[in-house]
Design a protein around this ligand. Structure first.
Ligand code: NAD
Ligand code: UDP
Length: 312
């Protein structure tokens, strides 16, 4: 049994990860400032005597004796990370410094939830870990993209300079239960709109692509990455390589919900990446990992979650 700190533990991914770690028999400290996270996501973990909830902001130092740290604290939806852009970049950069400092003192393993956004609007397709990306440093997505890129730099420098036991994963678009209904990301938006028979908002023509990964596959990849030997630092892509246009996603959601919603086109946000697909050869080789849930199966589970939410 290990004691494990999960920052951003009350968010979408963090809540699933906390549950998985408890199911594996570990003690879990879930740290969150509840900016986008919610107690609803972790309420069914509260009774577990191995679970502890801490309200804290990662931009401030935090001390606890732990064996492992998963650093997830950061809003992930463009709507939320652009709401307070300065806070977003502070969270990524100062949060990384604070958590790396803690990992250094404790000689703990630390995993960074990085993102496919480090590739920006990629000109290499599919994206391999060796690609340095095509990121606008001064655009509206930069607070997130550059914050995450700087966090990767900090992780590598703490590793090279101080021998910190780091792991970096680059997560591609992930969806599933516990996404916030007003999160603003495409899967939750489309499902909520379809369930309410409201217009489905396609940004641009809907020809841009994403590769959607179901949450359970991601959590398995995260745990496997944390379990690797110290010589494996990453970055490693974790995503589902099956690529869809946003319009195809919308069509699937409408079909699976039996909705009468119609599509409407809205302005494409600035710097919206045109395509995104992970090359997962490295994850396959190093972690023996690949995604197992296809989009239809994952959408059915996610739709069922949103149907049962009271305050839709
Ligand atoms: P989320 O917004 O649901 O969760 C983020 C959590 O971090 C929330 O609980 C929020 O309250 C908390 N948080 C934010 N700022 C904080 C701060 N300063 N101090 C403490 N807690 C703070 O998003 P998610 O989808 O669960 O994403 C989790 C992590 O995974 C993020 O770091 C995100 O960048 C990364 N990621 C997610 C995806 C995806 O598709 N979901 C893709 C790539 C990377
Ligand atoms: N998108 C859309 N309609 C929405 C929300 C998003 O067409 O209601 C598009 C968005 O422009 C982007 C893609 O869906 O091209 C994925 O957006 P999301 O915010 O989920 O994540 P991103 O990968 O852009 O960070």
């Amino acid at each position: 049994m290990k004691r494990i700190l999960v920052t951003g533990g009350a968010g979408f991914i963090g809540s699933h990860l906390c549950k998985r770690l408890l199911d594996d028999g570990h003690e879990v400290i879930c740290l969150d400032n509840f900016f986008t996270g919610s107690k609803r996501n972790i309420v069914n973990l509260m009774d577990n005597h191995r679970f502890e909830l801490v309200r804290h902001d990662v931009t401030q130092p935090y001390h606890a004796e732990v064996d492992q740290i998963y650093n997830l604290a950061c809003p992930a939806s463009p709507v939320h990370y652009q709401y307070n852009a300065i806070k977003t970049i502070k969270t990524s950069v100062m949060g990384a410094i604070n958590m790396l400092g803690l990992a250094k003192r404790l000689k703990a393993k630390i995993l960074q939830a990085s993102t496919s956004e480090v590739y920006g609007d990629p000109v290499i397709h599919p994206q391999t870990e060796s690609y340095w990306g095509n990121v606008n440093p001064i655009g509206i997505r930069s607070c997130y993209d550059e914050g995450k890129r700087c966090a990767e730099t900090l992780f590598m420098d703490y590793h090279r300079q101080n021998g910190v036991r780091i792991k970096i994963i680059r997560i591609f678009n992930t969806y599933g239960p516990n996404m916030h209904p007003n999160d603003g990301r495409v899967v939750s938006n489309f499902i909520v709109q379809a369930l309410q028979n409201k217009d489905i908002t396609l940004y641009g023509a809907g020809n841009q692509t994403r590769s959607f990964q179901y949450i359970d596959d991601l959590v398995e990849g995260m745990v496997r990455m944390m379990g690797t030997d110290d010589n494996i630092t990453g970055p490693v892509n974790i995503g589902n390589p099956h690529e869809f246009t946003i319009k195809e996603l919308a069509e699937k959601v409408v079909k699976l919900t039996g909705s009468s919603s119609v599509f409407v086109n809205r302005e494409l946000p600035m710097d919206d990446p045109k395509q995104r697909q992970p090359d997962i050869s490295m994850a396959k080789e190093l972690l023996g990992w690949k995604p197992n849930t296809d989009l239809d199966e994952g959408l059915v589970k996610t739709i069922s979650y949103f149907k049962n939410l009271e305050q839709l």
